[in-house]
Ligand binder design. Structure first.
Ligand code: IMP
Ligand code: MG
Length: 186
């Protein structure tokens, strides 16, 4: 697997340090139990699963976790084919009234996934919606999306590792990397 790597963009130590920083910000800003409404984390599967596992263990906060599954890169696609919600793998109550939602995703690229998720969640009447992502690509569509928390900006390249995949592989790489051209073309 390692020989498929072209470049390490963000290594495991940088990730750990930055995730801890963002967790501190979230704790300070969102953990206050005197604010009305229970904190509800909404991880977007599958790409966010490693990020969210690290993040939540650094949030010493009373919270619910409700999963949403959305995908837009079927198989070997490296650009969005339009996001779709997988209802069978999604565990959302119809009524989220009063809840303070924190959406957690792996990466913002075209921004379509986050837009779809926010629209879907708004229908359930939460008290508030905040967003937290591991990565944002440096391209205008991604930069146009409002994010409350973002760990890193990355160049507009296809990246894998720390939960992000190519054709469902490479999610277990501990660093965030680009792949060699031959691997993606194969
Ligand atoms: P968007 O809808 O184009 O913003 O893309 C968001 C989703 O596509 C993310 O949640 C990822 O699952 C996936 N994605 C976007 N860019 C990449 C990438 O560079 N590598 C792996 N997955 C990506
Ligand atoms: Mg995703």
């Amino acid at each position: 697997m390692d020989r498929d790597i072209d470049e390490i963009l963000i290594d495991r130590h940088q990730i750990a340090e930055r995730v801890a920083e963002v967790a501190r910000d979230i704790t300070q800003q969102m953990a206050d139990r005197s604010i009305e409404g229970e904190l509800t984390l909404i991880p977007i599967l599958t790409g966010s699963f490693i990020f969210v596992a690290d993040l939540i263990r650094l949030l010493p906060v009373y919270m619910q976790i409700r999963l949403m599954s959305v995908s837009s890169y079927p198989g070997k696609a490296t650009s969005t084919q339009g996001p779709k919600i997988h209802h069978r793998l999604t565990d959302l109550p119809d009524d989220l009234s009063g809840a303070r939602l924190l959406i957690v995703d792996d990466i913002v690229d075209s921004g379509l996934t986050l837009r779809l998720v926010v629209e879907e969640l708004k229908k359930r009447k939460p008290a508030s919606i905040h967003t937290c992502v591991l990565l944002r690509k440096q391209r205008p569509e991604a930069e146009a999306i409002h994010l409350d928390y973002c760990c890193f900006e990355v160049p507009d390249k296809f990246v894998v590792g720390y939960g992000l995949d190519y054709n469902d592989r490479y999610r277990n790489l501990p660093d965030i990397v680009t792949l060699r051209d031959e691997v993606i073309r194969a």
